[in-house]
Write a protein that binds this ligand. Structure first.
Ligand code: SF4
Length: 396
């Protein structure tokens, strides 16, 4: 099985266009799509759509393909930040396991479970944005609209192959119903567009649908390396100071394509030390130090498996030059700059969702639907020889 040979599950690439088309053609199904931030960066550059028009273009394109409702995945990025930063601040306050690693990249999660399971207590318990969105749509949206879960078909459109494996994990299937029924890569979505003979000029730009319509610029930044940490800092600094953050929203030192970037923020004398890692090989030295009891000097560590983050995901068409990646990142930075809301915690649709459904961040219901626990995958063939020798967990 490819899935056991590749630490990111990136080789386990099953095309799901057929499943999605069958659901669209089934009159009993309400087909809901949600689009990751990084997808629009590619769409913008591929079709020459301005960054302001990239989101409406995406919504219009999916409606033309036959989706009944189209939500913005960025909403789930905002939800992730509120849950994950609340968990981070609670770990600081209660002297929990530190540093906290982010958990929104399934490639990274697979790598930890298979190669470094001892580090699992350092992982945030938050599900990835994809799985938070799936759980929210299948529970909150289904209830709100009076739709049976069996009749909702939820599709995520992402630049990521590992998310296909993630959506099929048993933790995210309840009574035989998956939280996310199918995962389309950007490439598959473009193929569907071609098969349906849709020309870019025929796409009528539209707004994303209620009730997850409003999103923040911070959530948009999730599409590139450093975005999760930057969005978390915009919330953590505000919570730690108790003051609304109005300027210095940009943490440029943790953006870009280097393997490891870092920043130390002084918040009223409390230092928040952040590292941003892109590319799994760059995470290994940090993990080895933690396992050897060395203080790595960080409180929060973002890890994304793909170099540069999701804009470089294997589900996108391959960029011809590194330049293209920079252009993809710039689309996201530009959208953030002109966003009405630039912090996840001020997104009014997120606040309403807590008010009406989840109660408060990290509430029991939020824990039930938005958090999970990862488990060691012992004896996996991806262990390096050194790890096999040195770690009891791998003495198989
Ligand atoms: Fe997927 Fe790569 Fe993004 Fe991780 S960094 S979520 S593996 S596209």
């Amino acid at each position: 099985q490819c899935v056991t040979a590749c630490p990111c599950a990136a080789l386990d690439y099953r095309r799901e266009r057929g499943k999605v088309v069958r659901a669209i053609n089934d009159p009993k199904k309400t087909v809901v799509g949600f689009v990751a931030p990084a997808v629009r960066s590619l769409i913008s550059n591929t079709f020459g759509v301005s960054y302001e028009e990239a989101s409406p273009f995406m919504a219009g394109l999916l409606k033309k393909l036959g989706f009944d409702k189209v939500f913005d995945f960025t909403f789930a990025a905002d939800l992730t930040i509120v849950e994950e930063t609340t968990e981070f601040l609670s770990r600081i306050q209660n002297k929990g396991v530190m540093p906290q690693f982010t958990s929104c990249c399934p490639g990274w999660i697979n790598f930890v479970e298979k190669r470094y399971p001892e580090i699992i207590p350092h992982l945030s318990t938050c599900k990835s944005p994809q799985m938070m969105m799936g759980a929210t749509v299948k529970n909150h949206y289904a209830k709100l609209m009076g739709i049976n879960k069996e009749d909702l078909f939820v599709v995520s459109i992402v630049p990521c192959l590992a998310k296909k494996y993630e959506a099929a994990r048993p933790e995210f299937i309840h009574d035989g119903i998956r939280d996310v029924d199918a995962v389309l890569t950007t490439t598959e979505m473009l193929e569907m567009m071609e098969l349906a003979d849709i020309k870019p000029s025929e796409v009528v730009p539209q707004e994303f649908d209620e009730p997850y319509k409003q999103v923040s610029g911070a959530g948009i930044l999730f599409g590139a390396s450093g975005g999760v940490a930057e969005a978390a800092l915009r919330m953590a600094v505000e919570k730690l100071t108790g003051k609304v953050l109005t300027d210095h929203l940009e943490f440029e030192e943790i953006r870009g394509f280097e393997g490891v970037k870092e920043s130390t923020i002084d918040v009223n004398g409390t230092k928040v030390r952040v590292a941003v890692v892109s590319g799994l090989k760059n995470a290994e030295p940090i993990i080895e130090k933690i396992l050897n009891g060395v203080d790595v000097g960080y409180d929060l560590i973002e890890v994304m498996a793909c170099p540069g983050g999701c804009i470089c995901g294997a589900g996108h068409p391959v960029p011809e030059k590194i330049d293209s990646l920079e252009k993809r990142q710039q689309v996201l930075v530009n959208i953030d700059k002109v966003s009405k809301y630039r912090k996840s915690q001020e997104n009014p649709d997120i606040l309403r969702l807590y008010n009406e459904f989840y109660g408060e961040p990290n509430s029991p219901l939020a824990h039930e639907l938005l958090h999970t626990h990862y488990t060691p995958k012992h004896g996996d063939s991806t262990c390096s020889p050194e790890r096999k020798k040195g770690t009891a967990a791998f003495d198989v």
